[in-house]
Design a protein around this ligand. Structure first.
Ligand SMILES: Nc1nc2c(ncn2[C@@H]2O[C@H](COP(=O)(O)OP(=O)(O)OP(=O)(O)O)[C@@H](O)[C@H]2O)c(=O)[nH]1
Ligand SMILES: [Mg+2]
Length: 224
């Protein structure tokens, strides 16, 4: 959970990049590391196998500006996507303030995406966290590949939305990122909420900061 240090006037938040193996989580962090000025980031720590698969996690602290006089420091983590590292994935979610699900757009990774999304829901609820209420965004990565699935198919499988319970939220909310689309809308009499999504090519940095900025904004808003 976020930590506010009044003495040093710092807010520390934990963001976790989650998703299937080889989806591009580590690549997201590498791009952030390369682009953020050295004075605004710490060392990137990567615990990886010889073939660059994340073994335990990657970690990168970045400062993303000042809010009401407090320096906002985000601790970015990735989890290992490979199925058998679930204990690590679950541990890394402890104390999370916001989640990015990095999906692999390739059609033949659809199954792996769905499995990873289910695994995220399961691990969150085992911690007693509710993915439907914490800051959460989806990134559809690898949009550059010829076998990338259409966004609508990815949305239907990974972001179908959940029923809105809170009466005050039962009104249409346009998606600021995508004209003509809604984050909250009524479908066949039922109010449905989806999370924001971002298209990306993490390999060349496209969409990486859009995703990070969107999530960090939600986290700050959530601090109240
Ligand atoms: N074509 C393409 N390749 C990408 C993109 N993003 C990442 N990759 C490549 O996909 C491979 C896996 O990327 P990683 O960032 O290591 O994936 P990961 O999600 O951290 O994988 P795990 O650590 O095993 O969970 C690497 O070879 C990347 O260069 C992209 O947008 N397009
Ligand atoms: Mg990785």
């Amino acid at each position: 959970m976020s930590m506010i240090n009044y003495a040093s006037r710092e807010i520390n938040c934990k963001l976790v990049y989650y998703g299937p193996g080889l989806g591009g989580k580590t690549t997201n962090l590498e791009h952030v590391y390369q682009k953020v000025a050295p004075g605004s980031r710490g060392k990137m720590i990567s615990l990886a196998t010889e073939t660059e698969r994340t073994l335990f996690f990657d970690f990168l602290p970045v400062d993303l500006g000042t809010i009401r006089g407090f320096k906002t420091r985000f601790h970015l983590y990735t989890v290992p996507g490979q199925v058998y590292y679930n204990a690590s994935r679950k541990l890394i979610l402890k104390g999370v303030d916001g989640v990015v699900f990095v999906a692999d757009s390739q059609i033949d990774r659809m199954e792996a995406n769905i499995e990873a999304m289910q695994n995220l829901y399961d691990n969150m609820s085992e911690h007693g966290y509710d993915l439907t209420t914490i800051p959460f965004v989806i990134q559809y990565n690898k949009r550059d590949l010829p076998n990338a699935a259409p966004i609508n198919d990815l949305q239907a499988s990974l972001n179908p939305g959940w029923p809105v319970e809170e009466p005050s939220k039962m009104r249409p909310m346009p998606d600021p990122q995508h004209e003509g689309e809604f984050l909250i809308q009524q479908i066949e009499g039922q109010w449905i909420e989806r999370v924001g999504y971002y298209e990306a090519v993490a390999l060349n940095g496209e969409g990486v900061f859009d995703t990070l900025k969107a999530l960090s904004k939600l986290v700050i808003k959530n601090l109240g």
